[in-house]
Design a protein around this ligand. Structure first.
Ligand code: SF4
Length: 276
C-alpha cells in the first residue's frame, strides 16, 4: 500500500493543506490549536512547537492526545525551560528534537530523564561532536533507566538488529516520498535544513539523483559498508565531508546489535553456546 506524504506546514498555511496528512508547526501552541478544525485531527501526525518559550497552558487543557515535537533551537538557553514541559507526557507523547551542536548531550539526558523521546538533528558532525554522539549512543544502548527512543540511533540500531536497514533520510523525516517540508513562504522542500536551498534535482527525485551521483563519483560512498543505512546522508551539504567519525558511530551500533542477537540466540537455546 502506498503511504501518503506527510506535509510539515506552518500553522498559517493550514487552509491550503487541509485534507492532507499534516505536521503543523508554530512557536505558539495556542495559535496552532486555534488553526485546527475537528476534521484535521484524524490526519494530524503531530504538533511541532518551535522553541521552548511559548505558553503551553492551552495545550495542557486540549483534549486530543496528538503527539508533540518540541524543537530545541539553542540547547544551552532551552535547557532550563524544558522542565516547563514535564507535565505533558501524562497527556500525550512528547519528543524533543535536539540540534547536534556542542553540549547537546546535556539536553538529551534531561529530556530522557523527563520521559521525553529524542530526535537528534544532525548534519555533518566534526570530530568533537562525534565523541559526544558516541557517548549518547553508549547511554542509549547501555543505560537501563533510558526508556524512550533516541532517534536516529534507535532506528539505525534496530535496522542492524533486524537486518532490515532504513536509510537516515527516512528516519530523519527527509525522504520526499514520505515527508515534505513547506517553508514559511510556501515552498516545498525536504526538511527545515533545506529551506531556501535550490535543489538541483528537484524535491521528489532529490535523493535518488543525489545518491546516484555519489555512487557514480566512485568516492567514499562507493565502497561504504553503511550505504544501505545512510545513502549518502552525510555528504550533504559538503560532498568533501570525511565520514570516518560517522562510520565509527555506525560500527558501534552494528556491533551492539550483533551482540544482542548473539545473546538472545544463546538465551533461546540454553547450553547451545557451550557445544563444540
Ligand atoms: S557514511 Fe559517508 S561514505 Fe558512507 S554512505 Fe554515508 S555519506 Fe557515504
Amino acid at each position: 500500500m502506498t503511504k501518503s506524504i506527510v506535509y510539515n506546514i506552518p500553522a498559517t498555511r493550514i487552509e491550503a493543506y487541509r485534507g492532507r496528512h499534516l505536521i503543523v508547526r508554530s512557536p505558539d501552541p495556542s495559535e496552532m490549536l486555534q488553526s485546527l478544525a475537528q476534521e484535521d485531527l484524524e490526519r494530524l501526525a503531530y504538533l511541532q512547537i518551535l522553541g521552548t518559550g511559548g505558553s503551553i497552558e492551552s495545550l495542557r487543557r486540549w483534549g486530543p492526545s496528538i503527539p508533540v515535537d518540541l524543537v530545541v533551537q539553542d540547547p544551552e538557553a532551552d535547557l532550563p525551560l524544558l522542565y516547563r514541559y514535564a507535565p505533558l507526557p501524562a497527556d500525550r507523547p512528547v519528543r524533543v528534537s535536539v540540534p547536534v551542536v556542542p553540549g547537546f548531550s546535556k539536553i538529551v539526558k534531561l529530556a530522557l530523564s523527563l520521559n521525553f523521546a529524542v530526535k537528534l538533528e544532525i548534519s555533518q558532525p566534526e570530530p568533537a561532536l562525534i565523541e559526544e554522539l558516541l557517548r549518547v549512543a553508549t547511554l542509549y544502548l547501555h543505560q537501563s533507566t533510558v526508556s524512550q527512543p533516541v532517534e536516529f540511533i534507535h532506528s539505525i540500531f534496530l535496522g542492524f538488529y533486524n537486518r532490515t536497514p532504513l536509510t537516515l533520510w527516512a528516519i530523519q523525516e527527509e525522504e520526499p516520498a514520505l515527508f515534505r517540508y513547506v517553508t514559511d513562504q510556501g515552498a516545498e522542500t525536504l526538511s527545515r535544513r533545506f529551506a531556501g536551498v535550490e535543489l538541483k534535482f528537484g524535491v521528489a527525485s532529490f535523493i535518488k539523483e543525489f545518491t546516484a551521483a555519489l555512487l557514480s563519483e566512485k568516492q567514499e560512498c562507493g565502497d561504504c559498508e553503511f550505504f544501505e543505512n545512510c545513502a549518502g546522508y552525510f555528504k550533504w551539504p559538503r560532498r568533501e565531508y570525511r565520514c570516518d567519525g560517522v562510520k565509527a558511530l555506525f560500527r558501534t551500533l552494528q556491533t551492539a546489535a550483533e551482540e544482542l542477537r548473539a545473546d538472545l540466540a544463546a538465551f533461546d537455546t540454553p547450553g547451545e553456546e557451550n557445544r563444540s
